[in-house]
Design a binder for this molecule. Structure first.
Ligand SMILES: [Zn+2]
Ligand SMILES: [Zn+2]
Length: 243
């Protein structure tokens, strides 16, 4: 299995260590045809991009696209689910400025509503040890994700099931209807082999990405490929793979 593009890489605009140019040069070195720069959304208090930087990043990506003819460079953002109603941390104008929209659950965000803050920071971690909370939180997280992908043009859900538990079967079905793919993340453990198998029962598509936080990790798909092979995904279901 060959992966042709890496659609999830971070740079110094969030908490990656390399510049956009560094990631692009590494991707060319590794023989990729496409790369997306997808730093954390502005709602992430620790690592999020500064909203003002989106214009600067757009210009930089456009410039590099002219300079490097051998690769397509996309500007994306890994946005955050901000509330249990599925609000994300980008507005329509910002979404219009980027080429690809990734979305995931992350700690480090501050929900607008206190109730959501309590659910996210107390009940979610507690649900990992308290069985009676497990199903309740899973249902709430799943609902938030489904609302978000129904409201926004999300291309890829990043590491689904990491950080916040999700009903993968439901998410996969709604994702398929909304033309949203699920990510097999090589940096995090999700999608796991088991969850890939569950998602495969729907018609949803997948991406295998590196989630590189330093340039040398760009195009590093090993763990994702391993899990994909173990789950026996037909290659046509992976949008960035070929024989
Ligand atoms: Zn992430
Ligand atoms: Zn990431």
């Amino acid at each position: 299995m060959k992966i042709t593009g890496d659609y999830h890489t971070h740079t110094i605009y969030s908490h990656g260590t390399g510049t956009i140019r560094d990631n692009v040069e590494e991707a060319i070195e590794k023989g990729l045809r496409e790369i997306a720069i997808c730093d954390h959304g502005p709602g992430h208090r620790l690592y999020g991009i500064d909203k003002k930087d989106i214009v600067k990043m757009r210009e930089e990506v456009d410039r590099l696209n002219k300079e490097y003819k051998e690769i397509n460079i996309f500007l994306g953002i890994e946005a955050n689910v901000m509330d249990y109603d599925g609000t994300i941390d980008l507005d329509r104008n910002e979404i219009d400025m980027i080429d690809i929209l990734l979305l995931g659950f992350h700690y480090g965000i501050v929900p607008k509503k206190l109730k959501d803050m309590f659910m996210f920071y107390f009940l979610n971690p507690a649900s990992k040890v308290l069985p009676f909370l497990k199903e309740r939180m899973k249902a709430l997280n799943t609902n938030a994700m489904i609302q978000a992908i129904s409201k926004y043009p999300v291309d890829i859900i990043t590491h689904p099931g990491s950080k916040a538990r999700l009903d993968i079967k439901k998410v996969a079905e709604v994702a398929y209807k909304n033309n949203t793919a699920l990510e097999i993340n090589s940096h995090h453990s999700q999608l796991s082999v088991e969850n890939i198998k569950i998602a495969l029962r729907s018609k949803v598509q997948f991406y295998i990405n590196s989630d590189a936080h330093k340039p040398s990790r760009v195009g590093n798909f090993e763990k994702g490929i391993q899990r994909a092979l173990q789950a026996k995904i037909p290659i046509h279901r992976i949008k960035n793979a070929e024989e």
